[in-house]
Ligand binder design. Structure first.
Ligand SMILES: C[S@@+](CC[C@H](N)C(=O)[O-])C[C@H]1O[C@@H](n2cnc3c(N)ncnc32)[C@H](O)[C@@H]1O
Length: 235
């Protein structure tokens, strides 16, 4: 099946990321205003979503309830941030918050983030990709559902421009180790602790913070692992 072939929404959500299909949006669940894009079987390409005049384009995979998306669009009004969320209920919630914030430089798309990067995002078009507290799927039989597996490397490397950044946070030491192993094995990325510290210093909405899971885990006293990986120049 090619990317252009018609396919049911369910099938798209299972391709690539092997996601479980979650409940569809329920009527009246929330008022997402004008910030929600339902990807369906044929999601719009990234370039159709980016407003004219944006100085940079970033993607957040799995924004959940949207705390980072709202903070990042408010902190950097010239940057367009697209949240790609697989769970329609969370996507609607995040889009509603974005709508209420009044920021027009962000959208929430319901789709499988890995697949969208693969077939709707032009090569070298992203300045940053944010992935905060991705589901660790600790059971052996669910490992294929993880976002950070070896097959995601070429997807991330293609979508990011040279010098662009992948920002990741997790509370899970085993998953953190796997992320460092996967990214560390790539000739396309270099871990950049200086950029990690710099972004944190810039404050809310620049990278990493705030997110709902971050708040919960900090309250629980868990250690948070944060990484910045720089896309190295193309050969
Ligand atoms: C543990 S939650 C973290 C939410 C948010 N980033 C935070 O830190 O509060 C993970 C989120 O990623 C979403 N997700 C998982 N795999 C995804 C994928 N392949 N594409 C898009 N969203 C995904 C889930 O639906 C969920 O909302």
């Amino acid at each position: 099946m090619t990317a252009e072939s018609p396919q049911p929404f369910n099938a798209r959500m299972h391709r690539g990321g092997k996601l479980s299909f979650r409940a569809r949006l329920r009527d009246g669940e929330s008022d997402p205003g004008d910030r929600l894009v339902l990807g369906g079987t044929n999601p719009p390409p990234l370039l159709e979503l980016v407003p004219a005049g944006s100085s940079a384009v970033e993607v957040e995979i799995g924004p959940g309830k949207g705390a980072f998306l709202v903070a990042s669009t408010a902190a950097r009004p010239d940057v367009f941030v697209l949240g790609i969320e697989a769970a329609p209920g969370y996507a609607a919630h995040a889009a509603g918050r974005l709508h209420s914030s009044g920021c027009r430089n962000g959208l929430v798309l319901v789709d499988n983030g890995k697949l969208y990067l693969q077939d709707r995002v032009p090569e070298a078009s992203l300045d940053a990709i944010h992935v905060y507290f991705p589901d660790p799927w600790p059971k052996r039989r669910h490992v294929g559902r993880r976002f950070f597996t070896a097959d995601v490397l070429p997807v991330l490397a293609r979508a990011l421009r040279s010098g662009g950044f992948l920002f990741v946070a997790t509370d899970n030491p085993a998953y953190g180790g796997q992320i460092v192993r996967v990214l560390g094995s790539s000739r396309d990325f270099a871990c950049d602790a200086g950029e990690c510290a710099r972004r944190l210093q810039l404050g809310a909405g620049h990278a990493f913070s705030p997110t709902n899971f971050e708040r919960k885990y900090v309250e629980d006293g868990r250690a948070i692992r944060r990484y910045a990986f720089r896309r190295l120049p193309r050969a």
